[in-house]
Design a protein around this ligand. Structure first.
Ligand SMILES: [Zn+2]
Length: 315
């Protein structure tokens, strides 16, 4: 037996990667037109929140040790248009939600998803012209940051999106707002439950043409170089578990913090198996989060953030 595995204390002493609640980010869905939290069928334990309830959930999260949330807007059909103009309304769903969260719990970090798919009539992430897409994303980021968002996360995967958002924020004197870049968003089959959660399946086609091929790794490095040159503050890899080699490669090569997004399908698989009694849910997510850290992720975006913070703080 290896001497350094002899006891719990010696294992702890030589442990290489450690989990801390400080690195957790909880993804949350805010929905207009509902009065009560609406359960997401394919993601047991997750909800679409009305704004008021979202703010109190954020208080609970922060008190429990979760330092940050990543916010997605789920909108009603009637506001979706060809130009996605509701995406940047100052009084829109996400800006109102950010203000409510910041009022309730000012020290909670708020990251917002910046993408047009909740606002376009066809459910796609982009408008027909790249120029219009980038301009609209910039305005959306400004609306979120002006409401108090600490970071914005442009997730549409349009070339030049990080630079366009950075310029728009700077022009609006919102230099303090950071950018979480969806540096590597793979075209994954694991986003299925998210589409129910965000009510965001496109009306036709799919998003494979603008997401990265799971077969590619070197391409991820090129994407990262571009995002860094355009002003990214954090590089994200999504999904997490099948792509830990990419997390590791980015961590080795670049100096920016790396985030790994443990996506909806990764959550749903474990939940489903745990409900059958086939897996120990807590054991699995603890191990998976630890492996994300070991691979080099500084920031863990996970639907288990609440439970993880509670466990890590011994509550
Ligand atoms: Zn999108």
């Amino acid at each position: 037996m290896a001497i350094n595995r002899k006891s719990a204390a010696s294992r702890a002493l030589v442990r290489e990667a450690r989990l801390s609640a400080d690195s957790l980010v909880m993804p949350l869905f805010v929905r207009s037109g509902v009065r009560a939290p609406t359960p997401i069928r394919s993601m047991p334990g997750q909800f679409q929140w009305p704004i008021d309830e979202l703010a109190s959930e954020c208080e609970t999260l922060f008190r429990g040790g979760v330092p940050a949330v990543l916010l997605f807007g789920v909108t009603e059909k009637k506001i979706k248009t060809a130009s996605a103009s509701a995406a940047y309304a100052a009084g829109g769903l996400v800006p109102r939600a950010v203000r409510a969260i910041k009022k309730a719990v000012p020290d909670l970090l708020v990251i917002t998803d910046v993408c047009l798919c909740a606002y376009t009539a066809d459910g796609h992430c982009r408008l027909p012209s790249t120029e219009a897409t980038l301009k609209t994303l910039g305005k959306m980021a400004v609306a979120h940051a002006a409401a108090g968002a600490d970071f914005v996360g442009p997730s549409d995967m349009t070339d030049g999106n990080v630079g366009a958002v950075r310029r728009s924020l700077d022009d609006a004197r919102l230099e303090g707002a950071g950018i979480l870049a969806y540096t590597v968003k793979y075209a994954s089959a694991l986003y299925g439950p998210f589409r129910e959660a965000a009510d965001s399946a496109p009306a036709f086609g799919d998003r494979r043409s603008y997401q990265m091929d799971p077969a590619n790794a070197v391409e991820a490095l090129r994407e990262a170089e571009q995002d860094i040159a355009q002003g990214a503050d954090i590089l994200m890899v999504k999904p997490a578990l099948g792509y830990l080699d990419i997390v590791h490669a980015l961590k080795q090569r670049f100096t920016l913090p790396i985030a790994a997004y443990n996506v909806s399908g990764e959550y749903a698989m474990v939940k489903a198996a745990a409900q059958q009694g086939w897996l120990d849910e807590r054991g699995v997510w603890m191990e998976q989060l630890l492996c994300m850290r070991r691979a080099g992720a500084d920031i863990l975006i996970t639907y288990w953030a609440k439970e993880a913070a509670r466990t890590l703080r011994g509550r």
